[in-house]
Design a protein around this ligand. Structure first.
Ligand code: IMP
Length: 408
């Protein structure tokens, strides 16, 4: 049984917490794309774990986790992250493996990433982790895959600085590098979770190009990145927040207006801890964009939505969600390709009554206030997809599951 979990907005939707929660019933977790630009926060037993590269299933001592084929891996960051996890009591040796086809991010890529941003026609606000350079070199057929460093012929043509870099980690890596395709074929009947990074709107093909990342953050990426075929996917979960956020540049139709919604923005930023896990940058915030969410659901065959951060709205009198765009006087529910159209899109809002009480302790959907259920049920009607999991806090147990996710 294969479950795919992707972000359904511009990243930072709370995927880490949801993967950690669902990992309890999984045999393995496979992170399929992205690199150290990602940041997943998991809170368990009052300990906060911040992950960038390591799959979120790592917190469970008995689970095996894999770093997938479509990942780009900064070895120094990886081993620093593993050191931190070890200090937090997480033993990873013998249960964290890496696809031999994943690409290496060399230190020079980070410098190049920052230099390229300076001369870009449209600066995108990159995290500067060398991710774009690694994927560009992969497409240019100049990248180095992790498995390649054990191939003498390829190792011999590495530049001296590259050799020096990989030599530091070669012994450790030798025990970690695997042929993921073989393993996935053998583990066909196991319960597997395929964990995406970033969000579908940051995917280079279906996102708000050029203001996107460079790895595949859509559901199809789980196949090439996780070494399974498309027909092997049993369920696709799209994680979204009750509002939208974005870090870096690019269009954001529902973004709060500083003059009218500045105070609300600050409240949400502080209660929702809306700062980038990787760069610490404050995230841009806005109301939920249902036009974008519906587009993402359709483009990714999402058949279960996972709503997070709904508790951040607890104190609000009323709240809004965008149900259409007005672009140059014309109303539309079609998500535009043109960045200019998206920048000019004025959101058409529907207002919802707030619930005005804390919902962090609610354990069952039926016990949620009528106003919360009304908001959720409107989202389901608008997108045509059921909201099957609802997260009302950071802790693992602050999660409501409305149906068995491990079914087709
Ligand atoms: P890059 O992938 O670091 O080059 O960044 C490209 C764009 O994607 C920038 O706007 C980043 O802020 C954004 N981005 C990359 N990774 C994440 C993430 O994990 N969460 C949110 N935004 C991200």
């Amino acid at each position: 049984m294969n479950l795919v979990i992707i972000g359904a907005q511009w990243g930072d939707e709370g995927k880490g917490k949801i993967v950690d929660y669902l990992a309890e019933d999984a045999d393995t977790v496979i992170r399929f794309s992205g690199g150290a630009n990602a940041g997943h926060t998991i809170v368990h037993n009052d300990i906060t774990y911040k992950l960038h590269l390591v799959p979120s299933g790592i917190i469970y001592p008995e689970k095996t986790v894999y770093m997938g084929t479509a990942m780009v891996i900064d070895l120094e960051s990886l081993f620093n992250e593993l050191d931190t996890l070890e200090k937090q009591g997480i033993e990873w040796k013998g249960r964290l493996f890496i696809s031999d086809r994943a690409h290496i991010v060399f230190p020079s890529y980070k410098q190049k990433d920052i230099e390229m941003e300076k001369t870009r026609r449209n600066p995108i606000g990159t995290t500067g982790r060398g991710i774009g350079v690694a994927y560009a070199l992969k497409s240019y057929r100049e990248g180095i895959r992790i498995g390649d460093i054990f191939d003498k012929a390829i190792y011999n043509i590495l530049r001296p600085d590259e050799k020096e870099y990989v030599d530091k980690y070669k012994d450790l890596l030798e025990k970690m590098v695997v042929n993921l395709a073989d393993i996935m074929a053998k583990e066909k009947n196991k319960r597997k979770l395929f964990e995406g990074a970033q969000g579908a709107l940051l995917d280079p093909d279906i996102g708000t190009y050029p203001y996107v990342s460079s790895g595949s953050s859509s559901a199809v990426g789980a196949c090439t990145g996780g070494a399974i075929g498309p027909l092997d996917i049993d369920r696709i979960l799209g994680v979204f927040k009750a509002y939208n956020t974005r870090v870096g540049n690019g269009p954001f139709p529902t973004e709060f207006n500083n003059e009218t919604e500045g105070e609300l923005e600050n409240t949400i930023r502080e209660t929702g801890r809306e700062y980038g896990v990787t760069t610490g940058r404050p995230r841009r915030i806005g109301y939920l964009d249902l036009v974008a969410l519906k587009y993402v659901c359709a483009m990714n065959s999402i058949n279960s939505l996972v709503l997070t951060h709904i508790d951040i709205y607890d104190d609000m009198k009323d709240l809004k969600a965008c149900v259409a765009y007005n672009i140059n006087g014309k109303e539309t529910t079609s998500f535009p390709t043109s960045i200019t159209s998206l920048e000019n899109a004025k959101p058409v809002f529907k207002t919802f009554k707030g619930w005005g009480k804390k919902i962090g302790d609610v354990k069952e959907y039926s016990h949620l206030p009528a106003e919360t259920k009304n908001y959720i049920e409107f989202i389901e009607k608008f997108t045509g997809v059921s909201v099957d999991i609802i997260s009302v806090g950071y802790q693992r147990n602050a999660t409501m599951v409305r149906k068995n996710i491990w079914t087709r």
